[in-house]
Design a protein around this ligand. Structure first.
Ligand code: CA
Length: 248
């Protein structure tokens, strides 16, 4: 199972470091943010599994961070770090979509237990897409091959297959170029530009064109100012449940 990535947004250095250290000791990959503006950016980054969010923060209030995050990442798990007695904040936080809260001062043990409970719920194994139907053809993502009705075949490169798999696995939403860079190309994308994504999508689109079909629906839809989405031409025909846990 991949290490879960947690963002800690807290302006008091002692608390932030204490929380971050406790999480790292438990095996989590932790990013720290000391104000609400940086916090929102980090919390909304691709690949984050959970956010610990203080409410009283400089630059941007924690509840504001939460409501902005909910617009960009509606399901990303958030635990609020709240002050004793601020019941109004807790209620407002839960109403704004926080998953849970802990009251300061909390013990590392209590916090880790809450984190684990939420991650158990959200990091469920997800089925892995294997076969995708496209008009008169079938795409086999394991073999990285497209077979058309007239028996012609086209091979997909490893990157093209991974890109297509990611789009199809997240077919209910549009995926940004940045997310594709980080999730398909992996970490260490420095130097790689989002233009590389566009180039691969163009190549993939050309391969996904049915040699027999003139008015085939779109296989990959461009979402303006954002990225791409699996199009109406693609239907998942077969999924296998992977043995390792994935991310929802
Ligand atoms: Ca604070």
């Amino acid at each position: 199972m991949p290490k879960a990535r947690i963002v800690v947004v807290e302006d008091e250095p002692a608390i932030r470091r204490g929380v971050a250290d406790a999480l790292r000791l438990s095996g989590y990959d932790v990013t720290e943010a000391a104000d609400g503006a940086v916090g929102l950016r980090e919390a909304g980054a691709a690949g984050v599994d959970l956010v610990l969010l203080d409410i009283m923060l400089p630059k941007k209030d924690g509840l504001e961070v939460l409501s902005d995050l909910r617009r960009s990442n509606p399901t990303r798990p958030v635990i609020l770090l709240t002050a004793r007695g601020s019941e109004d904040d807790r209620v407002r936080g839960l109403k704004s979509g926080a998953d849970d809260y802990v009251v300061k001062p909390f013990s590392a043990k209590e916090l880790i237990a809450r984190v684990e409970a939420i991650l158990r719920r959200t990091m469920k194994p997800v089925p892995e897409v294997r076969l995708v139907e496209i008009g008169g053809g079938t795409i086999d993502l394991h073999r990285r091959e497209i077979r058309w009705a007239d028996n012609t075949r086209a091979d997909l490169s490893e990157t093209e297959a991974a890109l297509l798999k990611y789009l199809v696995s997240n077919r209910e939403r549009a995926v940004s170029r940045e997310e594709l860079l980080s999730r398909v190309w992996g970490i260490g994308t420095a130097g790689l530009e989002t233009r590389a994504v566009d180039m691969h999508v163009a190549r993939l689109r050309a391969k996904l064109k049915d040699p027999a079909g003139d008015d085939q629906p779109e296989a990959i839809v461009t979402v303006r100012a954002h990225g791409y989405m699996a199009g109406p031409a693609l239907t998942v025909a077969d999924e296998v449940v992977a043995t390792t846990a994935g991310k929802r």
